[in-house]
Structures are given as C-alpha cells and as structure tokens.
Design a protein around this ligand. Structure first.
Ligand code: GLU
Length: 343
C-alpha cells in the first residue's frame, strides 16, 4: 500500500483501539427491538471519492439505518417533486431541539423546521411518488440501493416494533395533518417512514453512501448515479446545520463536516469532494447520537484536517491548494504547530 493509504488504515486502527473500551452511553430502547443491539459492536469505514475502502472492526454487521435515512429521503422528495413543493412542506432551519420534538412546527407557517427532525422527515416521506404503498416502498428501496450498490431489506421486527410503539411519531403526523402539512394517508405515510427507518445497513454501506455524496451523487464503486448532482448540495446543507439535532452546532464547530446520526447507532459523515465515513456503535448519548461515532469523527477530522473550514491545512489533498502560492511557508508551519498543540 502507498504511504497515504497506509496512514489512513493505521489511523483507523488506532482510533478504533482508542475508543473501543469506552462504555459510556446507552443503547436506544424506546423502540423495544433496538434494545437488543450489542453495545460492544463497533465498526469504522472510510470510502474515498475514488472508491478505496478502509475499514476496521464490525463494518459488516447489519443494523437499522433509522434517521440516517432522512437526508436521502429528502433528496428523493426533491427529485420527485422539486424544491418549491418540498419547501412548502418543510423548512431548512435548525431547531436546537431533540429529534422527536413534537411542538416544533413553525408558529406561522406550521411547517416542520427541517427534514432531519421526525416531523420534517415524515412530511418529506409523504411527498414520495409511486404506485400505492408498495410502489413507493419499491422506489425507495431502489433509490437507497443505488447509493449502497446492493438491494437493501427492512428488518421486519424493528419495523413492527416501531409501528406499535411509535405513538409520538403518530401524534406528530396527526398534528401535521391538522395543519395541512401532510395529506390524510397518515397510517400509510407512517408505515413508509417506519420502513425507511428499518432498512438494514452496515458501517461500510454508510461510508459508500457518504462517498457517493462526496462524489456529487455518483457511487464511486458501482459508478452508477444515485441522485441528481444538483440536489447533493441540498442534502449536505441540511446535514451540516441539522444532522445531529441539538448537537448540530457543536458538531459543526468541532468536527466540521455534514453528517447524520441514527438511533440504531449509525453515523454517516461526508467530506465533500473527498470521502465518506460510516461508523457503527449502538450506545447513544443523551441527545441520541452514538458516543463512539462522535469521537471517531472528531479524531479523523483533527488527524486529517477534514474540518470544512480548515481544509487548506490538511495533508490529505485531492487538488493543489493555496498553500504553495499564497501562504508563506513559515506562517504555515506556525499554524500547523499551533494546531498540533490544540489537538
Ligand atoms: N425511527 C426513529 C424515530 O422516528 C428514528 C429516530 C432517529 O434515528 O433519530 O423515532
């Protein structure tokens, strides 16, 4: 392996070893089936824009995608109906509130604040087109299949478990029906939403999906286009501002990349033009984000200079940067040294 590749692989191994014994956090149990997840399962995968795969740990273990599905369904709704229709039903404002916050519909417009909280995600799902419930589900599975490069299947136990226990989501959906944000197919819309959340993926799948977004919508392994290039920016923007719920601000500040977490323990992060990261580790912090996944992404960001606004400092370039032309070397060295100290 050439040296950069070796460096990425050994960084993943080090980071995995560093966090694997961290026992903080709690596996989600508000959907009863999710409580069965193994708290020790832990996998990290990085897929580059040119299709190289680096992985360590439980990267082939399946788990339900949960909220990591939300930006993708948002993209599908944009493709199906266009920006204007989607904008009428869901805004793009961060809430600073929890993922399942029920009261957070905009006071004037009654729109959900963004497609990453449950209300916005349910509204987005309601916009998908297709022949009846089965046609819509098939289209949704095909759509995800192109991102991943294989057909995905739903975990029926998790789906049923959420269907019978998802009272809060049901209440949210009825509230949106009241305000005309969704139509009256409430149970059908919820079923499709619960099905999208129960799709089974692996950490490696998430990394490939992230790399597809990093590669402007073309899966770097199958070379198939998964989404129209013009909508990639929409997905990445809402992931950056709203992807980690009430931790989104701090995440943007510390880690600095568009990302989405799910209560199944998955985390997907994107470094546009460069790579996708997929992490799986079920124990969650009090905000519903995977404890180990947050730390992994933070370490990767620092180690390889992946923060969006720190890009000119990184050693992991895909294109020439300003460094050589306009950044005096001595100044550059000083900034690098300060950064080292900081990390
Ligand atoms: N299906 C979950 C719910 O609607 C997704 C939540 C999440 O992953 O944050 O409650």
């Amino acid at each position: 392996m050439p040296s950069l590749e070796l460096e990425i692989q050994s960084a993943l191994e080090e980071i995995h070893a560093k966090h694997k014994d961290n026992q903080s956090g709690k596996v989600a149990d508000y959907i009863p089936e999710l409580a069965k997840a193994d708290p020790n399962a832990f996998g990290i995968c990085v897929v580059t824009r040119d299709g190289q795969v680096f992985e360590v740990g439980d990267t082939e273990q399946q788990f339900t995608i949960q909220s990591v599905s939300k930006p993708f369904v948002y993209g599908m709704a944009l493709q199906d109906t266009g920006r204007d229709v989607v904008q009428q039903k869901v805004d793009v404002e961060p809430t600073g509130h929890a993922f399942n916050s029920i009261i957070k519909l905009d006071e004037k417009s009654h729109r959900p604040h963004n497609p990453m909280v449950n209300a916005g995600a349910i509204a987005t799902t309601s916009l998908l087109t297709g022949e009846g419930p089965t046609g819509k589900l098939n289209r949704l599975m095909d759509f995800f299949g192109r991102f991943v490069g294989r057909r995905l299947y739903a975990d029926m136990s998790v789906f049923m478990s959420e269907r019978v226990s998802g009272h809060r989501n049901r209440a949210t959906a009825y509230l949106m029906l009241n305000f005309g944000m969704i139509d009256n197919r409430v149970e059908e819309i919820l079923d499709l939403y619960f099905q999208q959340c129960s799709l089974l993926v692996t950490a490696k799948d998430l990394a490939v999906m992230g790399a597809t977004l990093a590669n402007r919508g073309v899966n770097p392994i199958t070379r198939e286009r998964a989404i129209e290039a013009r909508y990639v920016q929409d997905l990445l923007s809402v992931m950056y501002t709203c992807g980690l719920y009430d931790y989104a601000g701090e995440w943007g500040y510390r880690v600095g990349m568009p990302a989405k977490s799910g209560v199944g323990g998955g985390m997907l992060a994107v470094v546009p033009q460069r790579l996708g990261i997929g992490v799986f580790s079920p124990p969650l912090d009090e905000r519903g984000n995977s404890v180990r996944a947050i730390r992994v992404c933070q370490d990767l960001s620092t180690r390889f200079g992946l923060h969006m606004f720190d890009a000119w400092l990184n050693d992991f370039k895909v294109a020439p940067t300003v460094e050589s032309e306009s950044f005096p070397t001595a100044e550059m060295d000083a900034v690098k040294a300060a950064k080292q100290e900081h990390s």
